[in-house]
Design a protein around this ligand. Structure first.
Ligand code: PEP
Ligand code: MN
Length: 333
């Protein structure tokens, strides 16, 4: 193997030439949310779902600042078994309720094969955390789950191992994989992890998969989120996943790294400048009118009428199913 050859090239779905300057094949999350296209996509929200009010407030702020995907953990992988483990099923229901209120699609973590079916019913994107990147039965199950997978790089995983993990999902029938660089463990202790900026252009060049970056878990400190986020976008990332909390000091997990609402607004402004300089765009805030003719008459940000909400959600789900079917058809072909 020559020195510059990748250690591993995706076997099931080798690089293809797309219709943009990069070979990235965009992942369709909903009928209006695409990751890996010209838009830089920002997912943001609390580390953990702690309750309805904090989740709704976070979602509304993220949305008003230009974020298009709501993050929030219901099942939390915690280093200590005595730490807050997440609200579990209740957290999933809160995520679904806030989606109903805001129209924001949600990304949430699955930790165990036994949770996959339930999480897939609720989530628009299913997150595999760094600690589970090589949980092979879980990856295989997600291949059959019919929802896009956000696959985080393990703290000690090589790029080649991340790609093989992605391969597990794809080889089991699911092409909609988004890679996430979230920092790796090095000898450095000042930061929680070390953001591997090099991984971004390498992954973009060697795969057709969208690549996003998590500057929150990389640095582990709120003051580092902005510079790491800017570096990530400048290096070619297709998006970010950022932790935001109404009151980070009292957060039940990852208090040190969560942004305040004001910090998140600043981040979005700065990102849009870097995105523009990189010939990318940041999506505008307005949620998609899921049923254009009806929803257009309601406030774009808060569909208060329960009937409209129900209709919108059905349309949303239908759009997802259609996309899932299309995706499976591609795999079957
Ligand atoms: C998270 O996103 O909340 C998380 C636990 O991240 P990671 O798996 O990257 O540590
Ligand atoms: Mn966290």
């Amino acid at each position: 193997m020559s020195q510059s050859a990748p250690e591993y090239a995706l076997a099931a779905h080798p690089r293809t030439v797309g219709n943009t300057s990069s070979s990235t094949r965009p992942v369709h999350v909903t009928s209006t949310l695409v990751i890996g296209g010209r838009d830089v996509v920002i997912a943001a929200g609390p580390c953990s779902v702690e309750g309805y009010d904090m989740l709704l407030a976070s979602a509304r702020h993220v949305q008003s600042a230009g974020g298009t995907l709501l993050r929030g953990g219901a099942f939390k992988p915690r280093t200590s078994p005595y730490a807050f483990q997440g609200l579990g099923e209740e957290g999933l229901l809160l995520l679904a309720a806030v989606r109903e209120q805001t129209g924001m699609p949600i990304v949430t973590e699955v930790m165990d094969t036994r949770q996959v079916q339930r999480v897939a019913q609720i989530a628009d994107v299913i997150q595999v955390g760094a600690r589970n990147m090589q949980n092979f039965p879980l990856l295989a199950e997600l291949g059959r789950a019919g929802k896009p997978v956000l696959l985080k790089r393990g703290a000690s995983a090589r790029i080649s191992e991340l790609l093989l993990a992605a391969e597990y999902v794809m080889a089991n029938g699911n092409e909609r994989v988004i890679l996430c660089e979230r920092g790796i463990r090095t000898f450095e202790t000042i930061t929680r992890n070390t953001l591997d900026i090099s991984a971004i252009p390498v992954l973009k060049a060697e795969t057709h998969l969208p690549v996003i970056v998590d500057p929150s878990h990389a640095g582990g400190r709120a003051d580092l989120v902005l510079p790491l986020a800017l570096a990530a976008i400048a290096a070619g990332a297709d998006g970010l996943i950022v932790e935001v909390h109404p009151d980070p000091a009292v957060a039940r997990s990852d208090a040190d790294q969560q942004l305040t609402f004001a910090q998140f607004t600043d981040l979005m402004h700065s990102i849009s400048l870097i995105a523009t300089a990189s010939n990318r765009t940041v999506r505008t805030p307005a949620p998609a009118p899921l049923v254009p003719n009806i929803a257009a008459s309601a406030s774009s940000r808060d569909i208060a009428d329960p009937a409209l909400t129900a209709i919108s959600h059905d349309a949303h789900t239908h759009a997802e199913e259609t996309l899932a079917d299309e995706s499976l058809a591609v795999v079957a072909a």
